[in-house]
Ligand binder design. Structure first.
Ligand SMILES: C[S@@+](CC[C@H](N)C(=O)[O-])C[C@H]1O[C@@H](n2cnc3c(N)ncnc32)[C@H](O)[C@@H]1O
Length: 214
């Protein structure tokens, strides 16, 4: 199947075979247990590398990848010099596959089964957190996008609470890459004592990179 999204063309046979019956299935763990392949939501690293390098000049930064899935983002960042990456996903299957794929060739990366709403890390322990499409997966519950169900508000709020807790105070950076327009995302990302910058990516169909600093 070929999906055209403005100037972006995404070709993925696995997705075509496994499109969910209902949108809400994107919000379940079962849906994300993948075949042993790779798939990237929205953008590959090469397309956003200049923005990431600008936001993260220190390649030794300790980075938390939230809902890594079977994306190539972490391996591409690793190969670009960002070696200190901890990858988490609530799908144990995907974490096992990713660990098996990378543990020899990229030994410094870690792979942990974990829920982004309940991080098992100490406070002030990461320089950077990255979410590419993961908060979006928690926004697929049935309901009005203009007035989301309380469960969606709670899930997204918990993620951002947890991210801000584990980021180093005063110098942490949260990068969130999404198709979600500012009206639908800023409510979760506007917090006291933080700054939020939004960068638009693309031409006809826009993606957004939210840069939240504490
Ligand atoms: C849209 S995919 C994005 C995957 C990857 N970040 C990418 O860019 O291709 C969403 C991923 O988030 C994971 N996920 C969804 N909700 C999660 C949660 N509450 N905690 C941890 N992982 C979650 C899913 O298992 C899936 O791998």
């Amino acid at each position: 199947m070929i999906r055209r999204l403005g100037s972006d063309t995404v070709v993925n046979i696995r997705m075509a075979q496994n499109l969910p019956q209902k949108n809400e299935e994107y919000g379940t763990k079962d849906y994300w247990e993948p075949e042993n392949s790779t798939f990237d939501w929205f953008k590959k690293y090469a397309e956003v590398a200049p923005l990431i390098r600008e936001a993260l000049p220190d390649t030794s930064a300790r980075i938390l990848m939230l809902g890594c899935g079977n994306s190539t983002l972490s391996e591409d960042m690793y190969d670009d010099g960002y070696k200190n990456i901890v990858n988490i996903d609530y799908s144990g299957v995907v974490i096992e596959q990713m660990r098996a794929r990378h543990h020899e060739s990229r030994p410094e990366m870690e792979w942990l089964e974990m829920d982004i709403r309940d991080l098992k890390f100490a406070s002030d322990s990461f320089d950077v957190a990255i979410d590419k499409g993961t908060m979006d997966a928690m926004m697929t519950a049935k309901g009005d996008v203009w007035d989301p169900p309380q469960s969606v508000i709670d899930d997204c709020t918990k993620e951002v609470d947890e991210v801000l807790r584990v980021l180093r105070k005063g110098r942490g950076v949260f990068l969130y890459l999404t198709f979600g327009q500012p009206h639908f995302r800023k409510r979760y990302l506007t917090r006291p004592e933080t700054t939020l910058d939004v960068k638009e990516i693309g031409a006809a169909f826009h993606y957004y990179l939210y840069v939240l600093k504490n």
